[in-house]
Design a protein around this ligand. Sequence first.
Ligand code: CO
Length: 134
Amino acid sequence: MLGRVNHIAIAVPDLGAATTTYRDTLGARVSQAQALPEHGVTVVFVELPNTKVELLEPLGPDSPIAAFLEKNPSGGMHHICYEVDDIIAARDQLKAVGARVLGDGNPKTGAHGKPVLFLHPKDFNGTLVELEQV
Ligand code: CO
């Protein structure tokens, strides 16, 4: 079912500071900040040779990462995103074995314009899992 790691997402309290760390301290190529109001985050992409890191900062009062940052004030790994060929087939296969799909169970359009779903961290070793159809 799983393909490549599409990205690893890190929630950060200060996107400017995190971008500086990745660009200047770690010497990585970073994108411009991109506001995604429909997802409640502002994101910077760190482009690596084999995958991406997404730095996520809360945007707006109902940001889905606000509670995470309350528990992890200096930031932390928020989710890992795996690529799948067929997100509906993957969802149905996972639901059939009792895995919990977050939200209404239907894919939403993710940060890269592709359909995504999130899986409950309690079913996957304490890690929030995103599936993205590529
Ligand atoms: Co993601």
